[in-house]
Design a binder for this molecule. Structure first.
Ligand code: FE2
Length: 82
């Protein structure tokens, strides 16, 4: 069941998922290195860089999402869940 702070939880979950992806690509890179598969190492490294950029973006916006949620929650007549 979703609670009223679902937007904040969603923002947190987004950051967690991006970091989960980074960990997975780190493992894939190590496996590819072990197999001397330099093409895969290169591909996974590029993807991991994209995941890191997204993780940074989600982390950089989490504080503002939380503050905006709290402001909207305390403002009569304003929907806070959007
Ligand atoms: Fe991602």
């Amino acid at each position: 069941m979703m609670t009223e702070d679902e937007v904040v939880k969603g923002a947190i979950s987004g950051n967690v998922f991006e970091n989960f992806e980074i960990a997975n690509y780190t493992a894939l890179i190590a496996a590819a290195e072990q197999l001397n598969d330099s093409e895969s190492v290169s591909i996974f490294t590029r993807i991991r860089e994209q995941e890191q950029a997204m993780a940074d973006w989600t982390a950089n916006h989490l504080g503002n999402v939380t503050k905006q949620f709290l402001i909207r929650s305390s403002t009569p007549g304003v929907e806070a869940k959007k």
